[in-house]
Design a protein around this ligand. Structure first.
Ligand SMILES: NC(=O)c1ccc[n+]([C@@H]2O[C@H](COP(=O)([O-])OP(=O)(O)OC[C@H]3O[C@@H](n4cnc5c(N)ncnc54)[C@H](O)[C@@H]3O)[C@@H](O)[C@H]2O)c1
Length: 250
């Protein structure tokens, strides 16, 4: 088996300063890809770059907010110019601003949609133009189990994550003729700084509903993303793949 099946491939992973994004960036680099590590956090992003380089991988930091349309177009165009091609895009950057809907502030709704959903549009727009030109690409979108189950207190987040499923399916249809696949991964409860912020009682309640009896690991999400990014995964498109220890079966 080729230990570097992504050798010669260039990837952009958004929100890769920590958590799931960092694990994905490390996985793609381990598979041989050169990785642009995007995040708002320069220190965290550069630490991901350092961790990749420590393992003899190739990475650069790409600091921009995914919710900034022009910044995303410029950064992706720049990567295309410098690298010649962008074969892999992972839309991972995401935020929560939890509140029950009657008490939710307009800013909390708008911010979550801007980062989680519009952020994916912004990056897909820039990247898909490069991929169509090259007649090759792998776009992977990080959705969530709450897009399917719903979650009280997360109408904004669940709406953004469900929106990503519609985006994934429609973009998959548009790009299939160009050998560009578009798939979503819908993780359940994963051990990251995002879930560390959950109140213990709430965490225990969700854990009690997970047949596997544990949270998932960022590396387990990265494993699936790495698989979808492979050249050999070219006939899988428009799918939402579930990764949740049995919490939701599809
Ligand atoms: N942790 C879970 O249980 C879980 C479950 C399902 C889905 N997800 C999704 O997986 C993704 C990663 O989650 P995580 O748990 O690692 O979160 P995290 O909060 O640990 O990391 C998210 C990263 O995104 C970055 N980010 C935020 N806004 C950004 C912006 N505008 N531009 C660029 N980067 C930005 C943050 O700085 C951070 O480094 C998110 O989309 C999240 O919704 C997480």
């Amino acid at each position: 088996m080729n230990p570097n099946p992504l050798s010669g491939h260039n990837a952009l992973v958004t929100g890769a300063a920590q958590g799931i994004g960092r694990a994905i960036a490390l996985k793609l680099a381990e598979l041989g890809a050169r990785v642009a590590v995007n995040d708002l956090s320069e220190s965290g992003g550069k630490e991901t770059v350092r961790l990749i380089e420590e393992k003899k991988g190739k990475a650069v930091f790409a600091g921009f907010s995914v919710s900034d349309y022009q910044a995303a177009q410029d950064a992706i165009k720049g990567l295309g110019k410098e690298w010649g091609a962008l074969q892999i895009l992972v839309n991972n950057a995401g935020i929560t601003r939890d509140q029950v809907l009657p008490r939710m502030k307009m800013e909390d709704w708008n911010e979550v949609i801007a980062v989680n959903l519009t952020g994916a549009f912004n990056c897909c727009r820039g990247a898909s133009r490069l991929m169509v030109k090259n007649h090759y690409g792998r776009i992977i979108v990080i959705s969530s189990v709450v897009a399917f189950l719903g979650q009280a207190g997360q109408t904004n987040y669940a709406a953004s994550k469900a929106g990503l499923i519609g985006l994934t399916r429609s973009l998959a249809l548009e790009l299939a003729p160009y050998q560009v696949t578009v798939n979503a991964v819908a993780p359940g409860l994963i051990e990251t700084p995002m879930t560390k912020a959950l109140p213990e009682a709430h965490l225990q309640k969700i854990l009690a509903r997970i047949p596997a009896g544990r949270m998932g690991k960022p590396e387990e999400v990265a494993e699936l993303v790495g698989f979808l990014a492979l050249p050999g995964s070219g006939y899988i498109t428009g799918q939402a793949l579930h990764l949740n220890g049995g919490l939701y079966l599809g």
